[in-house]
Design a protein around this ligand. Structure first.
Ligand code: PEP
Length: 252
């Protein structure tokens, strides 16, 4: 059985007090209301990670939204995977489209970061996705395949079996436009087919693939009911405790 995950991505939102307050609500609601074995994760800005990991315990896991590709050194303003691990995080988002777009993160750089996350014993949540132009001109399968090949398919089988993938069509992130469940399922099945061709049917069958892009309590159940969708990466809706926990509860 593949692991089911609902991961929130707070992006660059919430000061320290706001983060503690929202997270405390989320932890209490998940503790009281979650019934299944799905994993709830919040990926927060760095300033929150230490406190949230302590508050979340086993109820809500914590992730970062990025890390540097080196262990340490003269990289002013950067944070390493080892540092993130040292405050109790278990996950790091790698290759979010906002990092690819605004910080020019290439597939090659993302491959290095992914390896560093794995070396430190953390789980990368590796994001791929096409732009609206690529969706409309029909090149999206090629684009996604190239992102998988350059970003992930250099990994050994043992390393690849530890990662989580998030399919996030760029045109659906923060826009209110959600991929239909058919569009999302089509891409998830494609990703699984590519994994099977590169690694094996078993690895493909066991890889958790999340959907992200304007996912909310109204559309999550239909999306997560698709055969190859194993949960979601949730932006805007993770900033509201009720909405986020209702999405987590889709797997109850
Ligand atoms: C995201 O940033 O990963 C995301 C999916 O955002 P939103 O849910 O707001 O579209």
């Amino acid at each position: 059985m593949r692991k089911k995950i609902v991961a929130g991505n707070w992006k660059m939102n919430l000061d320290y007090a706001e983060g503690i307050s929202l997270f405390s609500e989320i932890v209490n609601m998940v503790r009281d209301e979650k019934k299944g074995d799905q994993t709830a994760i919040i990926c927060a800005p760095y300033i929150h990670l230490n406190s949230l990991a302590k508050l979340g315990g086993d109820v809500v896991k914590i992730g970062a939204q990025n890390c540097h590709q080196s262990d340490s050194g003269a990289y002013t303003g950067e944070i390493s995977a080892g540092m993130i691990k040292s405050v109790g995080c278990a996950y790091i988002i790698i290759g979010h489209s906002e990092r690819r777009q605004y910080f020019a993160e290439s597939d090659e750089l993302l491959a290095q970061k992914t390896l560093k996350v794995l070396e430190n014993g953390l789980t990368p949540i590796f994001c791929i996705g096409e732009t609206l132009e690529e969706r409309n001109n029909g090149s999206y399968f090629e684009v996604l395949k190239a992102q998988l090949e350059k970003g992930l398919f250099g990994l050994s089988t043992a390393d690849f079996s530890k990662i989580v993938i998030a399919y996030e069509p760029v045109w659906a992130i923060g826009t209110g436009l959600t991929a239909s469940s058919e569009q999302a399922q089509e891409v998830h099945a494609f990703i699984r087919k590519e994994i099977a061709a590169k690694y094996s049917d078993t690895i493909a069958e066991e890889t958790t693939i999340l959907y992200g892009g304007s996912c909310n309590p109204k559309n999550a159940a239909e999306l997560f009911a698709q055969k190859d969708i194993d949960g979601g990466l949730i932006g805007g809706a993770s900033l509201k405790s009720r909405d986020f926990v209702d999405i987590v509860k889709v797997f109850n």
